[in-house]
Design a protein around this ligand. Structure first.
Ligand code: G4P
Length: 534
């Protein structure tokens, strides 16, 4: 893409909106993404959707792994332009075993859109994702999907969001019936009736201005459902807070839209409200304080790495979020952790599914950097500043295994593979005190299958995993002497992560709770960075 060089950095920043779509699998994230891309005139979309469907229907886990990887690379960042704004959508794998990837991706966004299935309501994964958004006060807009089906009562759905997700809801539109009796929505602030047509284009003919709901036109259009709408709207305006952009941006409230992604209904209203209110690239916290996006000096961080997408070429792409200043192709930048100078000759932008080489990138942009092994998740790049971006944590794994080499001639390959896959964030490696065997910790079982499969097909190494009896690893923070004393009687449960941080491996939640209670001088952290003592 050719960026207009006459635009100031400030203008470039104001033009950008970078967000993630979050949902429990099957709520309709992919369908909504497709519709949003269609508004921007993005191409090749159907391919991505088809691939995802194919993945869903495979029976083999290995196939699923490969497809998941393929899909998440193809669709992990999608950019498009709409209403003169440059919008980047960051997609995340829906499967819960890949939830760490999702967490990390959410560190690179400025806001999120949450999709909820109106038939199922708030589901487990929605809950988890919401917690992550809350850690960073990420503003969230909500799309209540599948109104063309017989869903739950809208008031009950709002209750559920408020109670389970602990956020105030501002309905922006209100559904008129559901399922077979779904007539459309009433747009509360625009005072318009938007009438539903299955799979139809939502053109002007379907939008009727209604300044007063008591207007007879309402009865004409909605029949016996008009009175219900009047009643509902009187309740809605009485109960729920009025929309206020500030409250949304501070994460206090979530504007709620009702619609149907599949029928492209209610999507445009969501997108317009999003563009009017969603934050432009925000300031971010670093080891040396807050960095504003309009600081002229370039800085950014790596939040995702994809290795070996084409095993023949051993390619590796690091995803960088530009946080401040202007990134330029072929310019020398500092890799803060190692002090090395790096130059990128072919940085890519992701427009829909097309990758293209760019000369410049601005705050909010996500770019792909070809890497030969220097970059790791969480690393900061700057044009001279010696600071690190915060908030790209590792979370406590819950399943632990040792890796047994099945082919002694391939030890080197196995170690290299394990190291690289962990750098990519597929799993975490730990060492136990007095033990040379490496421990692999993951959040979900499927990750072990990914590791085993990829070790064999990408590195030619065969291995077996032996289960260990741990259920949680936590990072310890205390005086060195206190930790030494604690470790003395718990040698089997002490270890370190790849950065040398001390960890404690607990077998049961009960045992862990007891340790926390009995050792008030030690802080037990459940993520490597976001200091969350449970
Ligand atoms: P995900 O990415 O969140 O996992 O969900 P995805 O968009 O793949 O949607 C999950 C299923 O829900 C799909 O059906 C999709 O067609 C359907 N869906 C999405 N939005 C709506 C909607 O507004 N109304 C209705 N009725 N269905 C919706 P599927 O059976 O898995 O696939 P397909 O064979 O129907 O395409």
């Amino acid at each position: 893409m050719v960026y207009c060089s006459t635009m100031s950095l400030e203008q470039e920043i104001n033009k950008r909106r970078t967000f993630g779509i979050i949902s429990h699998p099957d709520a309709g994230k992919t369908t909504l993404t497709e519709k949003l891309l269609l508004f921007g005139g993005a191409i090749h979309v159907a391919g991505a959707i088809k691939a995802k469907k194919a993945a869903k229907h495979t029976t083999s886990d290995f196939m699923e792994i490969e497809k998941q990887r393929g899909i998440s690379v193809a669709t992990s960042v999608m950019g498009f332009e709409y209403r003169d704004k440059k919008i980047s959508i960051l997609d995340t794998p829906g499967h819960k075993d890949f939830s760490e990837d999702t967490y990390r991706t959410l560190t690179a966004v400025d806001s999120a859109i949450m999709v909820i299935d109106s038939v199922k309501g708030v589901e487990a994964q929605t809950h988890k994702l919401m917690e992550v958004c809350r850690m960073r006060n990420t503003p969230i807009m909500t799309f209540m999907n599948k109104l063309d089906r017989e869903g739950q009562d809208p008031f009950d759905l709002i209750d559920e969001i408020e109670q389970k997700l602990q956020i105030l809801v501002c309905p922006m539109s209100w559904p008129i019936g559901m399922g077979k009796r779904f007539k459309g929505v009433y747009s509360i602030y625009d005072k318009k009736l938007v009438l539903f047509k299955a799979h139809g284009k939502q053109d002007q003919a379907n939008i009727v201005e209604i300044t007063d709901l008591n207007d007879a036109k309402c009865d004409e259009l909605l029949g016996d459902q008009a009175d219900q709408l009047r009643e509902d709207i009187a309740m809605v305006t009485g109960i729920y807070p009025k929309f206020n952009s500030e409250d949304y941006r501070s994460g206090l409230t979530t504007p709620l839209f009702f619609g149907s992604g599949l029928n492209n209904f209610g999507v445009k209203e969501l997108l317009n409200c999003f563009l009017d209110n969603a934050p432009t690239p925000v300031a971010r916290d670093t080891s040396k304080g807050i960095v504003e996006p309009n600081t002229p000096n370039f800085s950014g961080f790596i939040f995702k790495i994809h290795a070996n997408m084409d095993p023949k070429h051993r390619d590796r792409i690091a995803f960088l979020r530009v946080c401040s200043g202007t990134f330029e192709r072929n310019k020398k930048y500092i890799h803060v952790k190692t002090g090395k100078t790096l130059k990128f000759s072919s940085p890519t932008a992701f427009m829909a599914q097309d990758k293209e080489i760019i000369d410049k990138a601005y705050p909010g942009d996500i770019i792909g950097l070809h890497d030969t092994g220097n970059l790791k998740i969480g690393d900061t790049l700057t044009d001279g500043g010696k600071f690190q971006y915060k908030g790209i944590p590792s979370f406590s794994p819950e399943i632990f295994k040792t890796c047994v080499n099945l082919d002694p001639l391939k030890t080197k390959q196995l170690n290299k593979g394990l190291q690289q896959l962990c750098e990519e964030g597929v799993a975490q490696l730990f060492n136990r005190i007095n033990d040379t065997q490496k421990i692999i910790g993951v959040v979900g079982q499927l990750q072990f299958e990914v590791i085993q499969y990829r070790l064999e097909f990408e590195y030619g190494a065969k291995c077996r995993f032996d289960t260990l009896n741990y259920s949680k690893a936590c990072w310890l923070e205390a005086d060195e002497i206190v930790i030494k004393e604690f470790a003395r009687t718990r040698q089997n449960q002490m270890g370190s992560d790849t950065h040398g941080n001390t960890i404690f491996l607990s077998e049961t939640q009960w045992g862990l709770d007891r340790e926390i209670k009995e050792n008030p001088d030690i802080l037990f952290h459940f993520s490597s960075e976001l200091q969350t003592t449970k």
